[in-house]
Ligand binder design. Structure first.
Ligand code: CA
Length: 257
């Protein structure tokens, strides 16, 4: 067994866009703990902003906690998301004018050191999400979406009843089928992906993908030698150049070992 240290380079950016008055996205990270999160709030007035911030803060507090009983990374993210759901749901119950508020959530955990077999080159990256905020992985020429949107149109595409192109143009493309804070018990999708040395992971709100397709995003992230801060800014600029119809948030994490 070989002990391996994992280095994480991080860049973040968020922008209100060109149409909305308020930025209702929130994000958080703790690179030392290997934790990253993006939330996209909804509910109008101040509600979306409160929901996304509350979800980020609650998630970070719970995901960071040292445990008496060791949990898997999947359990750790799931439990932090359940806590975020309780917090947002409870807040809306206590504040009737905020009734109906909610938020998407996409989160990621990367271990900071590992005992690796001689032949193993991959680092397990755990991804958990609710709603239509996404996680992508950029690896050399490849750019892969790692999450399934919990949205009306994405479900139609998965059932073969709508094409990707129809979904991208559909008037109900913003309607999500799962959200943090909407019901007392939320269903979380969680799975483990492998990171190779040099992979870049992107967590983003749907503002990034509203008017940009995956190829356009891949081109920016695939630019040889691009600095992560430059890439984060370039993604925001690209979303705004394409219309800026929504808030856009990006969290970029490059894994090196
Ligand atoms: Ca949004």
């Amino acid at each position: 067994m070989k002990h391996k240290k994992i280095h994480l380079d991080v860049a973040t950016a968020t922008d209100v866009g060109l149409v909305r008055q308020q930025n209702e996205d929130s994000f958080g990270f703790d690179a030392a703990a290997g934790l990253f999160i993006v939330c996209d709030g909804m509910g109008g007035a101040a509600a979306g902003d409160i929901a996304s911030k509350l979800a980020v803060d609650t998630f970070m507090i719970h995901a960071r906690q040292e445990r008496l009983i060791p949990a898997t990374a999947e359990q750790r993210l799931e439990e932090a998301i359940y806590a975020a759901n309780d917090a947002v749901y409870g807040y809306a119950i206590d504040n009737p004018r905020l009734r109906g508020m909610g938020t998407t959530l996409v989160s990621m955990f990367v271990p900071k050191d590992l005992e690796l077999d001689r032949n193993a080159c991959d680092v397990p990256v755990t991804i958990a999400h609710v709603g239509d905020s996404r996680c992508y992985r950029s690896r050399g020429e490849d750019f892969d979406l790692l999450t399934d949107d919990h949205s009306l149109v994405a479900e139609q595409v998965r059932l073969g009843e709508m094409t990707e192109e129809e979904a991208a143009m559909h008037p109900m493309r913003n309607v999500i089928t799962r959200a943090i804070g909407a019901v007392p018990d939320v269903e979380v999708d969680v799975h483990v992906q492998c990171a190779r040395n040099g992979d870049t992971f992107l967590l983003c709100s749907d503002g990034l993908v509203r008017d940009l397709n995956d190829q356009q995003i891949a081109r920016i992230l695939g630019t040889r030698g691009i600095n992560l801060d430059v890439a984060a800014k370039a993604l925001i600029d690209a979303a705004n150049n394409a219309g800026g119809g929504d808030n856009t948030t990006v969290v970029l994490v490059r894994v090196r070992f």
